[in-house]
Every structure is written in structure tokens, then in C-alpha cells.
Design a protein around this ligand. Structure first.
Ligand code: FCB
Length: 492
């Protein structure tokens, strides 16, 4: 209580302010330079390495809209969103952010953040409306325009080949990733795209989050195509997705320009030592290797771990030695999507290498119930990957949070919860880079609010608020925060 018994909130409400903004003291001269711009209080402290690449990210289906434009074919998501009860607000992404028509305006928004890189995805059904066969030149034209616009504005394009929008035709013909024909079609598409964009796009990601697309698309059915397969079938899908990644790496190498860099963008299962003792740290490393066995481990080691195969037993995937060689084709970098701790780990007993701690019901999360708050995930994810697989180059390909953002009557969004989340995660990223973990860049998810899969438009992850009725974009307070991080190349 203050001001003669008025609570702070009540006072603000009476004064008609949506956020409390009182300035009673002049800013100290000491913190300002002669032009009046504020200096970092302690340059060097909490800084990131010189040349650290700050970026932001989106994906095609979540923002583009224009699902019928220029001979695009249908994707599994176009079909899925029309199934009863699959999308919480019954929305579709037919229009979404209308980015297909507004990309110039959106590149302007990217530029205003001061970021140097932008991660977007290419819609396979625009390029090959049937998934394979005859390409549709108009499909790739859109990405040519986008890439040119980015480069003209000094923003480096990072392209993802597959962010879940499988051409429906491949689902109909092959059962999607249930068949290795889809892995092969993916490689053809990857080679075709790399051959045409690698004169300007130097970094290519193969598949976004193999683990999520397999688990949610074919296991729980929460994502398209909405299947609930048996453990044996699911393991085979997993193998075909990993194979698709490996074939795409090879296709980019053979058809892209020399020097084109390629790697995955995986949602690593993040394992954190519950208490940082040497034994727990070692346990978290072993857990990381085992719990990522179907994806990062096989991609980087060229084999399924003994524990993975033993656990799968009769349900293990069918594979050949040649498959494993393809899956583990050398990559130039690892992309890691890091949102939350998946597991807190301690050393095991009774012959077990590790033990996973349960999460109590009171464990805190952000606006999405799955999005547990655990900023140290941002240290341990790249640290464990670099240690286990001797990786020399890592990009954080996604990190960010949903928040119950509200536009205030003064037209602002005061998302201090997002700032809290970002500040804490970036502080732990800073710990990683300070210790020499080779993280080269960071892509904040997301540039703007967009179609959040089965959550429809109910969850907002953007730095820019989007009014989906008017398509008006409004920078949130977190956009100012991120701009300042980038300007200082430091977290504060
Ligand atoms: C990731 C997805 C991305 C977005 C964020 C919130 O798993 O890659 O498309 O939905 O979560």
C-alpha cells in the first residue's frame, strides 16, 4: 500500500494508466554519453562473442496463408485443421498472417528489431504441389522474392526445408513418413530447392523437430496427420524421418553450391543435472544421449544405442547399415530448439546410469501448459550436445514463449512475463558462450504471433502482436527488450 492507503494497482487504474509509468527523478548523467544515448553499464559483462548472430524465426504454414495461391498443393495441415475438434479455436491457417502478400512489410519488422538473420521455412507443397513429380516454378518464386528482400535489407536468410507441412498427396499415396518413399521424395525436393537458392541462402536446415512431428503427428495424433500408430509402426516412422534428414543432407551437398551449410533443427530432449555434482552432470550427459537416441544420437553417431534397441525389442525399426550411414551424413552445424527442461536428472543407483526426477504439479509454466520455465535448459542443451558429439557449431534455432498478451487502450503490449523468460534464458545462454560452448547464433521464436498448430490463434509467441482481423502488427515491449540485447550484444 502506498499513497495514503491506495494500492498501487488502484492508483494506476484511477489515473487511467494501463501500465505504471512515473518519472520522479531525472536520469543520472553518469549513465549517458554526450549524445544522450545510454551506455551499457558495464561493457563486457554478460556479453556474447563478437559476431554472435541474433535472429528471429517463423514457419511457412504458421504465417503465410494464401493456401490456394499460385498453384500451391494441399498440405496435411490444410486437411487436418478441418477435422472436428483438432484445433482449439476451430481456426484454420488459410489466411493466418497473410505473410504471402505482406512479406515486404514483415521484412521491415525484422529489420526494425536490428536482427541480422531470419529463419523461415519453405512450403514443400508450393514447390511440388503433389510432393514429387513436376515442380511448380511459381512456388519457389515467392521464396526468391522473400530472400531478395531480406538480403536487400541486410538480413541473412536461413531456410528450413520441412516445418511439418507435408504435401497431402504423399500422405494419400504413401502414408506420409510411414514409407521411405516419402524420405526419398524429400531428398528430391531438398536437392531441387538447394540447387536454386544456394546462390543466396548459405544455411539450410533439413527437418524442424523430427521428434515432435513423429510423436505428435503419428503417436498421439495431436498434430497432422493425426495418426495414433502402434509402437512398432511409430519406430519405423521415426527411422524414415531420420533417413529423410540424411538423404536431404546428401542432396543439399550434391546440388547446392559449394560451401552451403546444412544441418538439422531438432527439439533436443533437454536433460539437466538437478544439482551440479560431477556424478549428476555425467548422468545428465548419458540421459541426453539415450533420450535422443532416435534422432540426434543416430544422426551424429551413426548407430542406434544398445539401450534404445533393447527397449524397443521386437518393435525396433527395420534398417540397414547403409541407412545408418546416410542418416549420419556429416552436418555443418546443429540447430537446437530449446524451450524448457525435459528432465531433471540425478545419478542412478542399482546399476542405473541415471534417474529422471518427476515434475511436481506446482512446477511453473508459461501461458502454454507444456512450456515449463527452466532457463538453465538454455545452458545444458548446447553444452551437453557439444560435449557428447564434439559439435563445433550450434545455432539455437528456436526459443521464446507464449504469453497472455493484451493490447492496452493506449495501443501497447506490456509483456513483462516474456521479458522475464527471455532475460533468464539468455543469461544461461551467456553462461554457455562464456564457457566456450560453440553457440554461433540465436533465433527467437517468433517474429510475430501466428497460427500455433492445434492451439490455433489462442497462444501468442510473437515479438509483434498481430490483430488477425485487421492484420495490424504492433511491437510488444519484448521487441524493445530484444532490440536492446542485440544493440549491446549482451543480456541485461
Ligand atoms: C515449436 C515449433 C514451432 C512453434 C513453437 C512454439 O515446437 O517448431 O513451430 O510452434 O514450438
Amino acid at each position: 500500500m502506498f499513497f495514503n492507503g491506495l494500492s498501487r494497482r488502484r492508483f494506476a487504474a484511477m489515473a487511467g494508466w494501463s501500465a505504471l509509468a512515473i518519472s520522479t527523478r531525472p536520469t543520472k548523467a553518469a549513465g549517458r554519453n554526450s549524445k544522450g544515448a545510454s551506455e551499457p553499464p558495464n561493457p563486457g559483462r554478460n556479453s556474447f562473442p563478437r559476431g554472435f548472430l541474433w535472429g528471429t524465426a517463423t514457419s511457412a504454414y504458421q504465417i503465410e496463408g494464401a493456401v490456394d495461391a499460385d498453384a500451391r498443393g494441399p498440405s496435411i495441415w490444410d486437411r487436418f485443421v478441418r477435422l472436428d475438434g483438432k484445433i482449439v479455436d476451430r481456426s484454420t491457417a488459410d489466411v493466418a498472417n497473410d505473410h504471402y502478400h505482406r512479406y515486404k512489410e514483415d521484412v521491415e519488422l525484422i529489420k526494425e528489431l536490428g536482427v541480422k538473420a531470419y529463419r523461415f521455412s519453405i512450403a514443400w507443397p508450393r514447390v511440388f504441389p503433389e510432393g514429387s513429380g513436376a515442380p511448380n516454378p511459381k512456388g519457389l518464386d515467392f521464396y526468391h522474392r522473400l530472400v531478395d528482400e531480406l538480403l536487400a535489407n541486410g538480413i541473412e536468410p536461413f531456410a528450413t526445408l520441412y516445418h511439418w507441412d507435408l504435401p497431402q498427396s504423399l500422405q494419400d499415396r504413401y502414408g506420409g513418413w510411414q514409407s521411405r518413399d516419402t524420405s526419398k521424395a524429400f531428398a528430391d525436393y531438398a536437392g531441387y530447392v538447394a540447387g536454386r537458392i544456394s546462390d543466396r541462402v548459405k544455411h539450410i536446415f533439413t527437418i524442424n523437430e523430427c521428434a515432435r512431428l513423429v510423436f505428435a503427428g503419428y503417436g498421439t495424433g495431436i498434430d497432422a496427420p493425426g495418426l495414433t500408430l502402434s509402437p512398432r509402426e511409430l519406430n519405423q516412422v521415426r527411422h524414415h524421418v531420420a533417413l529423410g534428414h540424411g538423404l536431404a543432407v546428401q542432396a543439399v551437398r550434391s546440388r547446392g553450391r559449394k560451401g552451403t551449410k546444412v544441418g538439422p533443427a531438432e527439439n533436443i530432449e533437454v536433460c539437466i543435472p538437478a544439482i551440479e555434482t560431477p556424478a549428476n552432470i555425467r548422468a545428465a550427459e548419458i540421459a541426453t544421449r539415450e533420450l535422443n537416441a532416435g534422432y540426434l544420437t543416430v544422426m551424429l553417431e551413426g548407430k542406434y544405442t544398445d539401450a534404445f534397441l533393447a527397449y524397443a525389442g521386437a518393435n525396433a525399426p527395420k534398417f540397414t547399415a547403409e541407412d545408418l550411414r546416410i542418416i549420419s551424413s556429416p552436418v555443418d552445424f546443429l540447430g537446437l530448439n530449446v524451450y524448457m527442461p525435459n528432465h531433471y536428472v540425478i545419478a542412478g543407483d542399482n546399476g542405473n546410469d541415471f534417474a529422471l526426477m518427476p515434475f511436481a504439479a506446482t512446477y511453473p509454466h508459461m501461458d502454454s501448459s507444456w512450456l515449463r520455465i527452466g532457463p538453465e535448459a538454455m545452458y545444458w542443451a548446447p553444452r551437453n550436445a557439444a560435449k557428447l558429439w564434439n559439435v563445433k557449431s550450434i545455432y539455437i534455432t528456436e526459443n521464446g514463449t507464449s504469453a497472455a498478451d493484451r493490447l492496452t487502450p493506449d495501443g501497447k503490449v506490456y509483456d513483462v512475463d516474456r521479458i522475464m523468460y527471455l532475460r533468464n534464458y539468455l543469461t544461461h545462454l551467456n553462461r554457455a558462450t562464456s564457457e566456450g560452448v560453440p553457440v554461433r547464433g540465436y533465433f527467437l521464436w517468433s517474429l510475430m504471433d501466428n497460427f500455433e498448430w492445434s492451439d490455433g490463434f489462442e497462444k501468442r509467441f510473437g515479438l509483434y502482436h498481430v490483430d488477425f482481423q485487421t492484420q495490424r502488427r504492433t511491437p510488444k515491449l519484448s521487441a524493445s527488450f530484444y532490440r536492446e540485447v542485440i544493440r549491446r550484444n549482451a543480456v541485461m
